[in-house]
Design a protein around this ligand. Sequence first.
Ligand SMILES: CC(=O)[C@@H](O)[C@H](O)COP(=O)(O)O
Length: 259
Amino acid sequence: MEFYGTQLSSRLMLGTAQYDSPALLAQSVEASKASVVTVSLRREAAGAQAGQAFWSLVKSLGVHILPNTAGCHGVREAVTTAHMAREIFGTDWVKLEVIGQGDLLQPDVFGLVEATRILTEDGFKVFPYTTEDLVTAERLLKAGAEVLMPWGAPIGSGRGLNNIFGLRALRAHFPTIPMVIDAGIGRPSHATMAFELGFDAVLINTAVAKAGDPVRMGEAFRLACDAGLAGYAAQPIEERDMAVPSTPTLGLARGLAVE
Ligand SMILES: CC(=O)[C@@H](O)[C@H](O)COP(=O)(O)O
């Protein structure tokens, strides 16, 4: 799978926040075989002691870095944060979050489109964290995004795919745009479902970091992603409202008796 021309070895992206220790983070990333980790500039303040140690750890993982603008509530703040992240992390990829509503950490889609336009013109490769809204998706693509990151459910909620109808419509409407389900995934089965719906990748943080056994959960997500991808490729049957017998009735004793 390619994102902005970069080939990734797996469809799983992991967040790096909330782990009980750096060692657990490293082991979980390894077990999950994630190909991308997202890091928050707010945590990795330039020059800070803890930031340096964390940065060395992340680099040692050998995965792609996707800096994010988590916690930004306005266009200016997100754009400034993205610029600082580019300098610190040495990548033009940015996971763009512009949060508009505090209770649900819902994206401010108007600010998101504006920030996407500004950052694209500044040479960034933007991964916008958005809703499943089709009009917003259209505007984000027009603003220069080549990848979309629709939410599954609010960040940290673990609810899975809240609006399957909307996500299915989004996928169907933009069949060739790489899309990553980001946020709200709580269980491996949610990730499987994302792939069964035809999405290209998933980004998960809380469900792994806060699991009772994050390393094992990382591995469970790896397996779940593989299962979803394989299931999608195998072309599942259509759902139906009525039963269709799966066992042939020809030759049943009852049938013979009638004859
Ligand atoms: C780390 C990060 O980028 C999060 O903002 C992301 O959206 C993951 O959400 P979950 O913690 O719900 O997986």
